[in-house]
Design a protein around this ligand. Structure first.
Ligand code: ATP
Ligand code: MG
Ligand code: FE
Length: 338
């Protein structure tokens, strides 16, 4: 089975080729245009996808050494994401599938983030718990099988990636700030400024309070010392990162206990965070968990994970028709509609 996969849900245009479950290429073009606006501008994202999609797909096919006429199916991200951005990938996938007379596979982007764990060894076995932490989501997912997942806890407001990015903005770092906080945090003292987060009941999260807490804290400090941020950037980053990770790990530990589970996986853009990777690994060895951490290239948005999800769906015979349309909101547990 030769599969082409397309991802266009946010600000990465990506295409991948997978042959019989083995990833042959995974080309990712990250849109840099949003940096100057301090966040993703949906209309600019759609236009950039339009511009990049043909070169990205061409490169993915070339790198995999596959001619488009050899393809057996096309998988694409149907949602969740920015509707205009999703439309570019969806329309492209539909047109190419129509012209090649091959079937389509619609993929849920959040399911694909979890399934990124099956691209390379070591792979978790079912069932396992996955903490999905990205720019738009923070979810504890009970993964019963490749195509059967249940959200057992999630954020009630901002995603943790958003909390990273918004804090970064407050201290003058460019978008996306998550990776920059990670970098600066390495040189800082995580216990210098204890920022507290609101605690949600059960397995749910809340991350919207931290940016207000930090904003007020910075306003107060800057009044006394105009250079406060510059002089304490690393300590601020380390402290914020610690508060966010504490919250993620506290709920993860609780969920692992409730589910009587010993395998934990992390997925999504924030799973690239070195602090989270280290502390989860430490917690895992302390509590006897098997910890699964994806390679960096499969953490943030990429079509390789869409191909992996497409592969599982093809095996299950889950194809869709040409009447499929993108979904800005797409629940993880929702049954696919044609
Ligand atoms: P979703 O998957 O929920 O639709 P998205 O696709 O925009 O959202 P991803 O591409 O999975 O999200 O992740 C992007 C997020 O990951 C951004 O918020 C970014 O700041 C964050 N991120 C990436 N690398 C790191 C890092 N090293 N430390 C912290 N955050 C990071
Ligand atoms: Mg992105
Ligand atoms: Fe994503």
């Amino acid at each position: 089975m030769k599969l082409l996969a397309i991802e266009s849900s946010c600000d990465e245009t990506s295409a991948a080729v997978m042959v019989d479950g083995v990833l042959k290429s995974n080309i990712i073009s990250t849109q840099l245009i949003h940096t100057e606006w301090g966040g993703v501008v949906p209309e600019l994202a759609s236009r950039a996808h339009q511009k990049s999609i043909i070169p990205v797909v061409t490169e993915a096919l070339q790198k995999a050494n596959i001619n488009k006429n050899e393809l057996n199916a096309i998988a694409f991200t149907r949602g969740p994401g920015l509707l205009g951005a999703l439309l570019i990938g969806t329309s492209f996938a539909k047109s190419l599938a129509l012209s090649l007379n091959i079937p389509l596979i619609e993929v849920n982007h959040m399911q694909a983030h979890v399934l990124a764990h099956f691209i390379e060894d070591p792979k978790p076995s079912f069932p396992f718990l996955c903490l999905t932490v990205s720019g738009g989501h923070t979810q504890l997912v009970w993964v019963k099988s490749a195509l059967d997942m249940e959200v057992i806890g999630e954020t009630q407001d901002d995603a943790v990636g958003e909390a990273f990015d918004k804090t970064a903005k407050l201290i003058g770092l460019p978008y996306p700030g998550g990776p920059l906080i990670d970098k600066l945090a390495k040189e800082g003292n995580p216990d210098r400024f204890p920022f507290s987060l609101g605690e949600m009941p059960g397995l749910n999260f809340s991350f919207s309070g931290i940016k207000t807490a930090i904003l007020y804290f910075l306003q107060k400090e800057v009044k006394n010392n105009p250079n406060f941020i510059e002089e304490n950037k690393a300590d601020i980053c380390a402290s914020v990162q610690k508060s966010l990770i504490d919250m993620l790990l506290r709920k993860t530990k609780k969920a692992m206990k409730e589910m009587n589970c010993t395998q934990i996986a992390i997925a999504g853009g924030v799973s690239a965070n070195s602090g989270l990777r280290t502390r989860l690994t430490e917690m895992g060895s302390e509590l006897g968990w098997e910890v699964f951490i994806p390679a960096f290239s499969y953490c943030t948005d990429n079509a390789g994970m869409i191909a992996m999800a497409g592969h599982f769906k093809a095996e299950a015979g889950e194809f869709c028709g040409q009447d499929v349309s993108p979904l800005a909101r797409y629940e993880l547990a929702a049954k696919p509609l044609a």
